[in-house]
Design a protein. Sequence first.
Length: 330
Amino acid sequence: MVKAVVAGASGGIGQPLSLLLKLSPYVDELALYDVVGSPGVAADLSHISTKAVVKGYLPADEGLKSALTGADIVVIPAGIPRKPGMTRDDLFNINAGIVRDLITGIAQFAPKAFVLIISNPVNSTVPIAAEVLKKHGVFDPAKLFGVTTLDVVRTETFVASVLGKPDPSVFKVPVIGGHSGDTIVPLLSLGTPSFTIPDEATRDALVKRIQFGGDEVVQAKEGKGSATLSMAHAGFRFAESILKAVSGETGIVENTFVYLPGIPGGEEVKKITGLDFFSVPVTLGASGAVSIDNILPKVSEYEKTLLSVAYTGLGANITKGVDFIVSPTK
Ligand code: NAD
Ligand code: LMR
């Protein structure tokens, strides 16, 4: 029996993500938590004739505790999205506290659950989550993930578009680093099946489009938020990969932002990057992240220059998240 929780379930991502989870054969119970509207979303989804039993929870009457108790997987898209002109880091002041409080609930009521963080800035909210879980003595690095799957999904789509290929899903391209602007590093040279981008200008434009794909959506939505539907798809893809691995499927690899020192193979990546958190290809198993594939020695010279820029930005984002919990007065 698998219980999944969506925290932030009434939002632009939360609603379609909850719909996809309600349709999944891997979910038996679906708890929808939000500060507003979750009973309505739950009532609506509960009429769909799939097996998952859906219930909505609000903060009143210990709603967070009830939603989280018995959870196997918690997906967190709670928090404010960007408007045009904002960076993801501009969301820190509001979203850091939201993530801290939800993770505190997880530490108390669902300490063994897989935790998938979508709330931005992911480069900082995942370190916040790790520090809160450490503080409560329940941090399992194999179970904490920053969801960077949308960068992978965009890369598949934009690569197919540049190459004029009809089916983006055939392309597998590692996207590593973090989840904001130039901390997002697509490794086109390691894509499979292997492909050649016609010239340097096209390659540079493709990489920029992947790194700033989020801005494209923010601008197109004209102040009404950021990516929601593509993010629900990406978040569900990642959540379902976890659930498949839990059910015994092997050979599942996802790129995700994790705490390197806590996962086999991570120390090697840390040695090169100098960072504790990084998005890397991670093999998933029944207990979560089983191993990290250190692909850094295989990257091209061009990708090395992208990575060196990413390391600097990421380092600052990670420190900001850690300090929010460890040295709150800084
Ligand atoms: P939204 O405003 O539509 O929805 C957010 C929801 O969170 C709302 O329903 C709100 O009521 C709820 N919420 C606020 N505080 C809460 C709390 N303490 N507990 C539970 N729920 C709470 O926003 P959205 O478009 O769904 O985006 C949500 C977050 O996801 C944003 O931070 C956005 O930047 C981020 N995001 C991340 C990615 C990614 O690739 N990781 C992609 C897209 C968006
Ligand atoms: C994205 O990549 O679409 C999200 O991180 C949302 C955003 O702010 O761009």
